[in-house]
Design a protein around this ligand. Structure first.
Ligand code: MN
Length: 567
């Protein structure tokens, strides 16, 4: 039964990584099978086929043992009596962390609020903390989509819509084009059944015809290239995915026979010079359509996609799109961020350039989060810390509100509406009553208790952390004739940081202090073997700020400990 699936999984794992810990995979399988033994899928199948399918997807992406084991265990905490603690005892910290992450992400639900969907995607990454958690979740969703027909109709629509709006764009953001298209195509018929049917009727047997035509072109292409001494590694016909075809037709209001890349010919060659050479040869034999030559090698798409595209009058004058790329570009286009760390793990010789390309992905992700600064430091590609200074919380209706770290329910209230901020008298976080000054955490569901006619008091200035909330408050207080107390005298503090020195460390420290508006009076460093000390004397605006400043400083890579005192 599913033992065969396990054997297939192990074969894939061993093919991609001969040093893989097969024992670990087997133990995780046995644990999951036992834990889920009482359950079946809606289809009636034993539950274990689902985690095994997710693990298989990840094994094909060449992910590491821990990720694959965690994929096998990903539903154990949510659906069985076992806890994260049990997983930790059995499989250690790392796998428990991954499973816990996937379980937490499972609680994020898209409820069809278009204007908050971007925040929801960011929240997803912020909560995942480790990109492998997102990958497990994507593999999980892939199998759920493949088996969606077994669910009741209402659920089908919700899950498919969420896939289209949240999961597929996330896969795209990570550069995983293949995964994105598969998710899109699985969701399409459930979300837009009428459009899907219409598209199928328009397509008719076009795909088959085009594929048959390209099979005829292939040997001619090989012969042409051979004559010019170019030997492609592979040539394949590539059918355009349904959902992207639909979007293209919809967007351009085009007739289907004007879409030249319905089925395109993809040519894989050994290196970049060979890409341009191939393009030149093709244009020598088949005339290109003007304005349709695209050099995504010199100018990659925003998601990092690289290839040369051209559309030519091919054999018998049939207009045909050709795409030319290297094997590595191909891997990147299919697997995105994952392709990079596979290359690196294999220890390919051009380590330097790969690192810089991996960095490009990291940069692209972080550009998405426009507030992020200082990506010049190389960030660990597995860690998603672009969002470390932002948190994402829910309204009771499921809208996602983005706030800075340390924000309170009062900031949340002002972010919703100034009137709610002014009349806020208390809050409930995850159904518990709390004060307006309670710090919010990622994923909290926040509800504001409003008292009609209430006027804000001056004390709330201490509670409001965001600029927006503070300026609203100030305005409202002034309208009540309350003059704000003059600014308090700053407090002087001395901090001694024990650090493991590295390039850029001092810059990170001063940048962090600047974010808190700390006025540095004196800063000096001293070296003691490999450990060093940074001594800082500074003015901060209030004593209460110090713990937060210290917490933030401790997060900086290289800062080992901090001593502080008021002077
Ligand atoms: Mn699952």
């Amino acid at each position: 039964m599913s033992r065969a699936d396990l054997e297939k999984l192990i074969t894939t794992v061993q093919q991609n990584n001969p040093n893989a810990d097969v024992g670990l995979i087997e133990r995780a399988y046995t644990f999951a099978e036992t834990a889920h033994s009482e359950q079946t899928r809606s289809s009636g199948d034993p539950y274990i086929i689902h985690p095994v399918a997710a693990a298989q997807t990840l094994a094909e992406m060449k992910l590491d043992d821990s990720t694959i084991a965690a994929a096998l265990l990903h539903d154990v905490v949510d659906d069985t009596p076992f806890t994260v603690e049990d997983i930790k005892n059995e499989f250690g910290e790392e796998i428990a962390f991954l499973v816990d992450g996937v379980t937490k992400l499972g609680k994020i639900k898209y409820r069809g609020e278009e204007r908050h969907v971007e925040n929801l995607r960011k929240m997803f990454l912020a909560m995942a903390q480790d990109i492998r958690v997102v990958l497990i979740k994507l593999a999980d969703r892939m199998h759920n989509m493949e088996t969606l027909s077994a669910l009741p109709e209402q659920k089908q629509y919700r899950i498919a819509l969420e896939t289209l709006e949240v999961y597929a764009p996330l896969a795209s953001r990570l550069g995983m084009g293949e995964l994105k298209s598969r998710l899109d195509d699985l969701a399409f018929p459930y979300v837009y059944p009428e459009e899907y049917k219409l598209l199928l009727s328009k397509i008719g047997d076009l795909y088959e015809k085009r594929e048959a035509y390209l099979e005829k072109v292939k040997p001619i292409l090989y012969a042409i290239l051979d004559k010019e001494n170019v030997h492609p590694l592979a040539v394949h016909a590539r059918a355009k995915h349904y959902y992207s075809l639909w979007q293209k037709m919809h967007r351009l209001n085009m007739e289907i026979d004007k879409i030249y890349d319905l089925v395109a010919l993809r040519i894989i060659v050994k290196d970049i010079p060979a890409c341009y050479e191939t393009l030149g040869i093709i244009h020598k034999y088949w005339k290109p359509l003007p304005g349709r030559i695209k050099d995504y090698i010199a100018l990659p798409k925003p998601n990092g996609y690289r290839s040369l595209h051209t559309t030519v009058f091919c054999e018998d004058g049939v207009i045909t799109e050709l795409q030319i790329r290297t094997q590595e570009m191909h891997q990147e286009a299919e697997y995105g961020i994952v392709a990079h760390w596979n290359y690196e793990e294999e220890g390919k010789p051009d380590h330097g350039s790969i690192t810089s390309r991996k960095l490009r992905w990291v940069k692209q992700l972080s550009e998405w989060q426009h507030e992020t600064q200082g990506t010049d430091e190389f960030l660990d590609a597995l860690k998603i810390d672009f969002f470390r200074e932002r948190i994402f919380v829910f309204t009771p209706k499921g809208d996602v509100i983005e706030l800075p770290e340390g924000a309170t329910p009062l900031d949340f209230a002002f972010a919703i509406h100034s009137q709610i901020g002014e009349q806020a008298s208390g809050a409930r976080i995850n159904d518990k009553f709390v004060g307006l000054d309670t710090p919010l955490r990622n994923g909290d569901v926040v509800e504001i208790i409003v008292q009609k006619g209430k006027k804000p008091s001056q004390q709330l200035m201490e509670v409001a952390k965001t600029t927006a909330a503070r300026s609203h408050l100030r305005k409202s207080l002034r309208s009540q004739g309350i003059e704000l107390a003059p600014k308090k005298e700053p407090v002087r503090v001395e901090m001694i940081l024990g650090v493991e020195n590295r390039v850029g460390l001092l810059k990170d420290v001063t940048a962090t202090l600047a974010k808190f508006g700390v006025n540095i009076i004196k800063i000096e460093g001293s070296e003691k073997k490999n450990l060093a000390e940074i001594n800082i004397v500074a003015n901060i605006s209030s004593k209460q700020d110090l713990p937060r400043i210290i917490v933030r400083l401790k997060k900086i890579n290289g800062v080992a400990d901090i001593k502080s005192r008021f002077v």
